[in-house]
Design a protein around this ligand. Structure first.
Ligand SMILES: Nc1ncnc2c1ncn2[C@@H]1O[C@H](COP(=O)(O)OP(=O)(O)OP(=O)(O)O)[C@@H](O)[C@H]1O
Length: 257
């Protein structure tokens, strides 16, 4: 709706003005928006370090549930001290919209790498990347945090290092969940969710190097023709076969690249 676009535009101006008044920072650009946040690139004038300012979208500023989710993202990021998760540096409000400032991850998302740059990952590379991701998830789960949105736009590559962003759907790890009661693995509040997303992440990597031989679409098992240990590993991540009992078990079972 035009009035919503207008209000977001004037909110962007309010953010620019807020930063312009701050002696330490300068406004670089608008980065993007998601379902409940708008993000901006900010520079520290003295060190030239880059930061991301994430604000609740103005249309949500009176929705208590969305505000709580936003505060939960802040709270979770404040608990974590991991080199591949952005650190929060400050929080505040602009025109009644809460915001937080975090490290800028200066890399490319796997969505950009695969769909814009045309990057191709061999099976060995895909497994090596997945192993690194699982190592990070094991550490995340040691903090009792489940990310629950480990999609290709939320995983970035900086040099050879993976980084994870967007903890908007993250929650605390519930240890006593009876797996048979989980209806949607994506929303599970334990390792099942993150491992399910890792399965899809690995499929994106493997499909980056796939050339279809005919037009008829088949199941990934038939199309990718993976070694049986890799297929079994993927089927356990995707809960087609018995799921792993933890991210650590998945890491230990990850086939060698
Ligand atoms: N710490 C960060 N470093 C670098 N880029 C970031 C960072 N955080 C967010 N971004 C980028 O900013 C844009 C918006 O991200 P944001 O997390 O606000 O929304 P989203 O992931 O699109 O969706 P949602 O808010 O619905 O989860 C994306 O392009 C994302 O890659």
């Amino acid at each position: 709706m035009w009035w919503k676009r207008l209000s977001e535009k004037s909110f962007d101006q309010a953010v620019e003005l807020y930063i312009a008044k701050h002696p330490d920072f300068s406004f670089k650009k608008f980065l993007g928006y998601g379902s409940y946040g708008r993000t901006y690139l900010i520079e520290d004038r003295s060190s030239a370090s880059l930061f991301v300012l994430k604000c609740l979208r103005p249309k949500h500023r009176h929705h208590q549930k969305t505000i709580q989710k936003f505060q939960q993202e802040i709270h979770i990021l404040q608990q974590l001290s991991l080199p591949y998760v952005p650190t929060i540096h400050s929080t505040g409000t602009i025109q009644d919209c809460p915001f937080f400032m975090m490290d800028y991850v200066n890399g490319q998302t796997f969505e950009q790498l695969i769909f814009q740059n045309g990057a191709k990952f061999s099976t060995a590379q895909s497994l090596a990347i997945t192993k690194q991701l699982l190592e990070q998830i094991v550490q995340l789960h040691n903090y009792d945090i489940v990310h629950r949105d480990l999609r290709i736009p939320n995983i970035l590559l900086v040099g050879q290092q993976l980084h994870i962003i967007d903890f908007g759907l993250a929650t605390t790890y519930k240890k006593q969940i009876d797996i048979s009661t989980i209806e949607n693995p994506k929303r599970a509040e334990n390792h099942i969710s993150d491992l399910y997303f890792v399965g899809h992440f690995l499929l994106f990597l493997l499909y980056s190097d796939y050339k279809p031989s005919n037009k008829k679409e088949k199941a990934w098992q038939q199309e990718l023709k993976l070694p049986s240990n890799v297929q079994d590993f993927l089927e356990r991540l995707l809960w087609i076969q018995e799921p792993f009992a933890s991210a650590l078990e998945a890491l230990q079972s990850c086939p060698h690249p």
